[in-house]
Design a protein around this ligand. Structure first.
Ligand code: LMR
Ligand code: ZN
Ligand code: ZN
Length: 344
């Protein structure tokens, strides 16, 4: 039996939502990960330390009593965030980062930033206070091909940001392209990236397998196979700038399957198992622990976890759907076989 014990991992990019659906999805994450960087794109968004504290309290209240999980909170950057809010973060122990969404780029990004220049005072305060900026790195310019949005963001926005704020720690979230891998590799050590399981497993053909596949629709979009293999090389290569962030982003089945289905793939139900499969296929299982459990805390200057998690190579079938408040969510690999399994 092929078994692997690793230091308990953390999920550095996670959507937990709120209310009844929060209670449905949280145990999937808490069973696997000690900590999660919780995204602030609720409606209305989590724009202040006070809102983050209240959201954190709701997450902890939704956690089953026999589980432990530490929500690491983020603030949603808007055109109107005052630099004084960054001051308040200093006195909070739980806000770990600020999240940038270009307005209109993805789910609940209506309140996002319209022009990075407008938030330069906030970014200056973050640089001074050494508070990391997390980037949904895509342009929304309609003249740019949707598959090129990330690469254009790097040229148009990320390069200037690294020049204007050389000391700012930044994470390019859910990278999908060779351009992003190359950029992060050659950038200074204050620039890192998260990589999702779905972008490591799927290329853009998965959007059209046997017809339109709305449950494979996510943003940034899946890309060509050459980009996927570049991501696998980055994740499994041992470079500390790349670490695990699932971007598990549940939506109700009906919303995904509607005429204008929303972006986001649910992977929390099998997150570490999916990454194990990717690393095993790449012949790099020995590097999974560093990617999943070391590089993230080291970048965020938080302690590595002390307990462990054990995986074994054993087949199991993912349910067709999972409870999601009063509705259901269709998880990645619904009805299909997983080759790695977590020991309870
Ligand atoms: C979501 O559904 O909240 C995510 O897809 C958003 C994102 O861009 O990560
Ligand atoms: Zn995003
Ligand atoms: Zn996300």
């Amino acid at each position: 039996m092929n078994r692997l014990t690793l230091t308990r991992p953390d999920d550095w990019h996670l959507h937990l939502r709120d209310g009844a659906v929060l209670a449905s999805v949280l145990p999937d994450t808490a069973r696997r990960f000690a900590r999660g960087m919780v995204m602030p794109n609720l409606q209305p968004p989590i724009t202040t330390v006070d809102l983050a504290q209240a959201y954190r309290d709701r997450i902890l209240a939704a956690l089953p009593t026999d589980m432990r999980f530490e929500p690491l909170m983020t603030l949603y950057l808007t055109d109107h965030m005052p630099a004084s809010e960054i001051e308040k973060v200093k006195n909070s122990s739980f806000v770990q980062a600020v999240k940038y969404y270009p307005t209109g780029a993805t789910t609940h990004s209506e309140s996002g930033v319209t022009d990075l220049k407008r938030v330069y005072p906030v970014l200056a305060a973050m640089e001074k206070q050494d508070l990391p900026l997390l980037l949904h790195g895509e342009v929304t310019d309609p003249s740019v091909d949707v598959f090129d949005r990330e690469a254009v963001f790097i040229d148009r926005h990320l390069m200037p940001l690294t020049r204007d704020f050389p000391g700012l720690r930044m994470v390019l979230e859910h990278i999908t392209t060779r351009a992003a891998v190359e950029f992060v590799r050659q950038a200074p050590n204050n620039i890192a990236a998260t990589i999702t399981a779905h972008h490591l497993l799927l290329n853009r053909n998965a959007l059209f397998e046997g017809g339109l596949r709305p449950h494979h629709y996510c943003l940034p979009l899946l890309k060509r196979e050459a980009h996927r293999t570049a991501l696998v090389a980055a994740a499994t290569g041992g470079n500390p700038k790349f670490f695990l962030g699932t971007d598990s982003a549940p939506h109700p089945r009906q919303a995904k399957e509607s005429a204008c289905g929303c972006a986001g793939i649910y992977t929390a139900h099998a997150a570490i198992e999916l990454y194990a499969e990717i690393f095993w296929r790449a012949g790099a299982l020995d590097r999974l622990e560093a990617f999943a459990s070391f590089h993230g805390p080291d970048f965020y200057r938080l302690p590595r976890n002390r307990d462990t998690l054990t995986l074994e190579q054993r087949n199991w079938i993912v349910p067709e759907e999972l409870r999601f408040g009063k509705e259901t969510v269709v998880p990645l690999r619904a009805g299909e076989t997983m080759t790695w399994n977590m020991l309870a």
